[in-house]
Design a protein around this ligand. Structure first.
Ligand code: SAM
Length: 322
């Protein structure tokens, strides 16, 4: 039996997303995100975004609530995709300003849907440096789920460039998943392995592939940047499957959508046969519950050195909890 959570997410969010995001406009960019994402890819990102929001009890960890709320902060969401994070943040902090950038402008919310006034979406390729922003522009830079789409060897230059466009005292926050699922049974392991093989195909040589898969390179790379300080890493473990309540059900749905959008590629590349895949898919929901399967994420937050001005504090006398 499919859980209520799974059922309701599958049936309701499809129409919500279809009205908000277009999925098939082709772009003329020189480099694309593999191919333009389908509605299944966009839904998958929305499911993951919703699961992480629940798991983290919020959208970010940097200590910026007061300054974002007091207004005037400039925030950059790197590889924003369909802008789920950007949109939620812009709604929560209506007098700060949000820029979402992505190589693929076809995924941005359509003008048919009312996009918050404090957001701008821009087509920017992270691999074409320098980025089109002045030094010291942003108060907060957020990057999530980008390891698989940017080649490993590009990150040092990208991170240095991001530090250039951060204001002194600004924060950078990166959140990534570890590629493996933990305590996965045989069927889920089969799926995960196929997915990993495809995502690693952005790395051209076996040496690059082993580097990308074996390390969690962002914290190591950020630690090596002199201009950053106060780095904090947090590990988050999220269940996959109904055994993990709403977060687990959403992440199981996320994996189902990965399978849906990748199965043709896997079969074409002979990573699995159609029959093997169908058999694995049938077992997954039960198997992840039996094994209490989970995913792990890391979130790393750091601050740019050099800020000497006042720290914003807001006293909220109406809210006894603050
Ligand atoms: C896995 S999605 C992550 C979306 C979003 N950050 C989230 O957490 O839901 C990766 C995004 O990176 C974008 N992307 C891939 N290569 C890029 C590049 N070179 N420059 C900018 N964006 C890129 C893709 O178009 C896609 O929207």
């Amino acid at each position: 039996m499919v859980s209520n959570i799974q059922k309701s997410t599958s049936t309701t969010f499809t129409s919500f997303i279809k009205s908000k995001w277009r999925s098939n406009t082709s772009t003329k960019s020189s480099r694309q995100y593999a191919s333009s994402p389908s509605i299944t890819d966009i839904e998958r990102d929305w499911v993951r975004h919703s699961a992480l929001k629940l798991a983290l009890d919020g959208d970010y960890r940097a200590p910026l609530h007061d300054s974002l709320r007091s207004g005037g902060s400039e925030v950059l969401d790197i590889g924003c995709g369909a802008g789920f994070w950007t949109t939620d943040m812009a709604n929560n902090y209506p007098i700060s300003h949000f820029t979402g950038i992505d190589i693929d402008k076809s995924v941005f919310p359509t003008t048919l849907y009312r996009v918050a006034r404090n957001i701008v979406f821009q087509r920017v390729d992270l691999l074409e440096l320098p980025l089109p922003y002045e030094d010291d522009t942003f108060d907060f830079i957020f990057i999530r789920c980008m390891m698989d789409v940017v080649p490993d060897e590009a990150w040092d230059d990208i991170l240095r460039e991001l530090v250039r466009i951060m204001k002194k005292g600004a924060y950078i926050e990166c959140m990534e998943t570890y590629p493996d699922l933990f305590d996965a049974g045989p069927n889920m392991s089969t799926i995960m392995q196929r997915n990993l093989l495809i995502s690693l195909s952005i790395c051209k040589t076996p040496e690059m592939q082993s580097v990308a898969s074996a390390q969690n390179p962002l914290p190591n790379r950020m630690a090596a940047i002199d201009q950053l300080m106060s780095m904090q890493i947090k590990h988050i473990h999220t269940p996959v499957g109904r055994h993990g309540g709403p977060v687990g059900s959403l992440l199981l749905e996320h994996w189902n959508r990965i399978i849906q959008s990748s199965k043709e590629k896997w079969i074409q590349q002979k990573l699995i046969t159609e029959k093997q895949l169908a058999a694995a898919v049938q077992e997954i929901a039960k198997e992840v519950d039996e094994n209490q399967t989970y995913m792990s994420w890391y979130s790393v937050v750091a601050q740019k050195k050099g800020y000497k001005g006042p720290i914003i504090r807001i006293e909220d006398f109406d809210n006894p909890e603050r």
